[in-house]
Write a protein that binds this ligand. Structure first.
Ligand code: FAD
Length: 388
């Protein structure tokens, strides 16, 4: 990078949220958008992590012209089968409310690669600066310092993940909760068709969930106490598969791990501001939740949807991108995400413990859902939607 470039919008962070934001902004007619990320736009090494994109998120991606760019990389989820924690069993089925799928399963880096490739095709090499933002100065425009050179931006979008350096540079605090849990993530291939069904098994130490990535390919997110998670992760080969079979039953048949295996410590956080003049935070830079209800990136999708709509409306009124639109974005998204943070935390407390006094509540919740199709349909619709 030579000298100091000036762009209308700089997106710091080329992960899922930053890339979706960049693509949606260009689709909305913003022409001068640049992504900055220390990793280049090329394919990333496999991590073993997968994520569920809710049907509500798919609708948002479609509206922004982005779904068609990634849909071939996802696999539909038709059913979610939840059981355990002495609470009975409930099955949510897309057919019960007449929708195509409840969610789509993606391998993390394949989704990121789909978004990054689409961005490269759209903008070419000029749309991506490989480097980290190491300092930021407020001002009109904002100034970003990278290892090599500086950038000016009418609007900076901080999408640099849960340990956001830009959030810290802007002096924005965040509330944090650490769970005594971690998530083990990996991908398996198996003998039987998974029938596009998520199996979620609730246990006192945390849920274990499968996510269809292909008919005979499934992502595993196994939440457990931190120490146990690390021990499980070190447990190569058949013993781990035997433990997994015990948890999910024989529906998948023989299983074989086909990805790296990693253990992620779990926590939740919420930034105290989503916006300052000429700066907006989104995705994990703004919030992070327990994975029990597959919300994380889906909340980021909701952020992008609202931010792009507010920026486009401001532009239609002849306003610059950094002012009132950001305050409106902050108001709407902070409230919606706070509700999802409370919900995921509450679900984890209710289902991830062995407190006997809570057992009747657990049974009551799942029992009511299992026996009432009206309640189940409501729960399905709520679970599929992105908080707004
Ligand atoms: C075990 C587990 C299971 C999950 N399951 C689901 C699920 O089923 N559904 C779901 O919706 N979510 C799920 N999530 C959450 C989801 O993975 C995250 O919410 C999502 O990936 C966050 O995307 P992001 O783009 O905001 O952040 P990241 O993916 O962290 O991207 C941040 C980017 O910023 C870049 N960056 C960092 N520092 C700088 C800097 N100084 N300058 C420029 N760039 C920088 C990084 O290189 C990176 O590319 C899960 C999370 C975990 C841990």
């Amino acid at each position: 990078m030579s000298g100091s470039q000036h762009h209308e919008i700089v997106v710091a962070g080329g992960g899922h949220a930053g890339l979706f934001a960049a693509l949606a902004l260009v689709q909305a007619g913003f022409e001068d958008v640049v992504v900055v990320d220390p990793a280049g736009p090329g394919a990333l090494a496999p991590t073993g992590r997968s994520l569920a994109l809710l049907a509500g998120s798919k609708a948002i991606l479609e509206r922004h012209g982005v779904w068609k760019l990634v849909r071939d990389r996802g696999h539909p989820v038709w059913r979610v089968d939840v059981a355990g924690a002495g609470a009975g069993r409930v099955i949510y089925d897309a057919a019960e409310i007449g929708v195509e799928a409840l969610a789509w399963g993606f391998v993390n880096e394949r989704l990121r690669d789909g978004l990054a490739s689409a961005w490269s095709r759209l903008r070419g090499p000029a749309g991506w600066l490989t480097g980290s933002v190491i300092a930021m100065e407020a001002g009109n425009p904002r100034r970003l310092v990278l290892e090599e050179g500086t950038l000016k931006a009418d609007l900076v979008i901080a999408a640099d993940g849960r340990n956001s350096a830009l959030r810290r540079m802007a002096g924005i605090g965040s509330s944090r909760r650490t769970y005594d849990q971690a998530a083990l993530s990996f991908v398996v291939e198996h003998e039987h068709d998974n029938r596009a069904t998520v199996l979620e098994r609730l246990r006192p130490s945390g849920p274990v969930a499968t996510l269809p990535l292909g008919a005979r390919r499934t992502g595993i997110t196994w939440v457990d106490r931190r120490a146990r998670c690390e021990a499980l992760g070190a447990n190569e080969g058949e013993a781990l598969m035997a433990d997994l079979s015990q948890l999910v039953g024989d529906q998948l048949g023989d299983m074989r791990r086909v990805s790296p295996i990693q253990c992620y410590p779990l926590g939740a956080h919420h930034a105290s501001r989503y916006a300052l003049p000429r700066l907006a935070l989104l995705g994990d830079a703004a919030h992070g939740v327990h994975p029990i209800h597959a919300q994380g990136f889906n909340m980021g999708i909701g952020d992008v949807d609202v931010l792009v709509a507010e920026l486009a409306a401001a532009r239609a009124r002849g306003r610059a991108p950094g002012g009132e639109a950001l305050r409106r974005y902050e108001r709407k998204r902070m409230a919606a995400n706070a509700e999802r943070l409370r919900m995921t935390d509450g679900l984890n407390r209710l289902f991830s413990n062995d407190l006997l006094p809570l057992e009747p509540a657990r049974r009551a919740v799942l029992g009511a859902l299992a026996s009432s199709s009206w309640l189940r349909r409501r729960a399905i619709r709520h679970g599929m939607q992105v908080a707004s």
